[in-house]
Design a protein around this ligand. Structure first.
Ligand code: HPA
Ligand code: ZN
Length: 333
């Protein structure tokens, strides 16, 4: 099963590029940019990566992002992820970035987007991995700050595919960001949002009803509302589930308790993704392996989850058809 999962063609739909900053790169960039870190050794970093909930992670994650200063830094980060993705047979990735995390400390939007975009282009040509960028608004900040980020993105409109919503979920309902999401949609961005990770099923409804999202990121708390589950199934609104993230942030205490298999069996379009792999103990292969082992997923389950990811992606119909036939061929071998 290990080899089978590793060699399987994959699509990743929930990945924060800032969450791919490995401790080794954090040290290298700190040195290159003459910055002090609160850690002296990799061991100290690993010791700090014991999270109790989403907020305890976010505090450390935003601190880590401080080492990203130049266009080259953003290029190196994106290039390293796309190489890793290629090694793990990820054929396509839809990648979040958090512009406000950088502009808020004096790094220009242009620096961020140029570094990410150049690596994205190089990965398409040199590795054959396609990708799309989704800029997330930080929900712990104000809707006005999100609007400012949207304004700053305007000169780079054609480089960014969608908008998302991330960061602290509790007491920050999607409704707060209704206006900025509608302005983004008027500009042609495709909307997605994190909802129902720690927050209630009600926030998933709000993201669908008020923000018009095409996918829900996480969404595992949807299980608490049978009407919502029904709606997700009928309308095939995908959930980008991140199993190792959920364990690390104590959304579920143990993989055996994770509800992805239950959601799959109910007919929800669930997918497996890595979220912040440098912080949560693994990329796509590690997420698939841990989920398969914890929930005893069959090859049929893995096929359906992989097919869901292709269907849930924002690829064109032709690219989807190509990936589907590659998947079918792989499972029929
Ligand atoms: N949830 C919310 N915000 C985030 C996450 C997450 O899992 N990862 C990075 N920012
Ligand atoms: Zn996320």
């Amino acid at each position: 099963m290990k080899k089978f999962i590793e060699n399987c063609p994959k699509v990743e739909l929930h990945l924060h590029i800032e969450g791919t900053l490995e401790p080794e790169m954090m040290f290298a960039l700190a040195q290159r940019n003459h910055l002090a870190l609160p850690y002296k050794t990799i061991r100290e970093v690993e010791d700090a990566y014991h999270f109790t909930n989403l907020q305890s992670f976010l505090d450390i994650y935003y601190q880590g992002a401080n080492v990203l200063q130049t266009e080259q830094d953003f290029y190196d980060l994106m290039w390293a992820y796309l190489n890793k993705a290629s090694e793990q047979n990820v054929r396509h990735a839809e990648i979040f970035f958090d512009p406000q995390t950088h502009t808020g400390r004096g790094i220009s939007f242009e620096t961020v987007i140029n570094g990410l975009s150049h690596a994205k282009q190089d990965a398409q040509h040199k590795l054959g991995v396609s990708s799309a960028l989704i800029m997330c608004f930080l929900r712990h900040l104000s809707p006005e700050a999100a609007q400012k980020a949207l304004d700053e993105a305007r000169p780079f409109r054609e480089l960014i595919f969608g908008v998302g919503l991330d960061s602290s979920e509790m007491d920050r309902p999607p409704v707060l960001f209704k206006d900025v999401f509608h302005r983004a949609m008027d500009e042609g961005y495709i909307p997605v949002a994190h909802a129902g990770e720690e927050g209630p099923a009600e926030y998933v409804w709000e993201a669908i009803d008020l923000l018009d999202v095409k996918r829900i990121d996480h969404g595992v708390r949807s299980i608490d509302d049978p009407n919502l589950v029904d709606f997700l199934v009928k309308n095939q609104i995908p959930l980008t589930v991140c199993p190792l993230s959920n364990i690390k942030l104590h959304v579920f205490e143990d993989m055996a308790e994770h509800n992805i298999k239950q959601l799959l069996d109910l007919g929800v379009c669930v997918t497996i993704n890595s979220d912040d792999p440098a912080y949560f103990g693994g990329y796509m292969n590690e997420n698939f392996l841990a989920t398969q082992a914890g929930l005893n997923l069959s090859k049929e389950d893995l096929y359906k989850i992989s097919l869901n990811a292709i269907q849930a992606s924002f690829l064109g119909e032709q690219e989807k058809a190509q990936l589907k036939s590659a998947l079918e061929e792989y499972f029929n071998e």
